[in-house]
Write a protein that binds this ligand. Structure first.
Ligand code: ADP
Ligand code: MG
Length: 229
């Protein structure tokens, strides 16, 4: 919000998947900028390239062609160690299928990314508990994922994604598996994080209510942005 450097910038980004002799262009020349602190929804029909775009924006995947800048840094110049560091420090990811570790409690799941960073146990527990409180789960710290509803599991996943205080939070259909009440709870948590921490938030969604509550909507079709870039 202050520096003027976009949180995410795509310049003529292509992603071509190859399956044997067949090539499929999932992204076809996407150019866009997402400003730091913004709240952006990405919408489009199934197969339009939304997940591909989000994975590339989170440096989980590389474009076939074009340039991607995250926080002003051209990710193509980074080596694997630098890429993992970027993913661990700058980006939080939330997926449709919560991806929690079943044998760990809610709190232990949220502690994981802190463990990867070498944060000492006491501090780790404190931060995880604080984050779970923020998403409304202070009474479920010691519950395992199977003891939580879908909406609660997703809120744990969000707490895990943001406990490291990432500048960018990327969510791929975070409410896709949820009933409308849980979807609303999850979205309120995501909005709160955007406001409270000034995190840049990008949410891929089919839910038009969610899309309308974003500050900006980018529409994808057949791997191209046709509105909102
Ligand atoms: N790993 C892959 N290999 C081959 N094709 C893929 C792969 N991932 C996605 N695709 C294809 O790319 C297109 C875009 O996929 P995706 O980004 O998942 O779309 P969306 O998230 O909008 O549904 C789809 O046609 C999909 O089948
Ligand atoms: Mg998808």
């Amino acid at each position: 919000m202050t520096s003027g450097v976009p949180a995410i910038r795509f310049e003529d980004v292509w992603k071509v998947y190859r399956m044997g002799k067949i090539e499929f262009p999932a992204l076809r020349g996407v150019t866009l900028s997402i400003e730091s602190g913004d709240f952006v929804a990405i919408v489009g029909p199934s197969g339009s390239g939304k997940s591909t775009l989000l994975h590339i924006a989170g440096a989980l995947d590389k474009p076939t062609r074009g340039r991607v800048l995250i926080d002003g840094i051209d990710v193509s110049v980074l080596n694997d160690a630098e890429l993992s560091r970027l993913r661990n420090r700058t980006i939080g990811f939330v997926f449709q299928a919560y991806n929690l570790i079943p044998r760990l409690t809610a709190k232990q799941n949220v502690e994981l990314p802190l463990m990867l960073r070498g944060v000492p146990p006491g501090e780790r527990e404190e931060l995880a508990a604080k984050m779970l409180e923020l998403v409304g789960l202070s009474s479920k710290l010691n519950n395992k994922p199977t003891e939580l509803s879908g909406g609660e599991q997703q809120r744990v996943a969000i707490a895990r994604a943001v406990v490291t205080n990432p500048k960018i939070l990327l969510c791929d259909e975070p409410t896709g598996n949820l009933d409308s009440k849980s979807a609303e709870d999850v979205m309120n948590v995501i909005k709160d994080i955007n406001k409270r921490y000034g995190s840049t938030v990008v949410v891929v969604t089919h839910n038009m209510e969610i899309a309308e509550s974003a500050r900006r909507v980018i529409r994808l079709k057949d791997g191209m942005v046709y509105e909102g870039a």
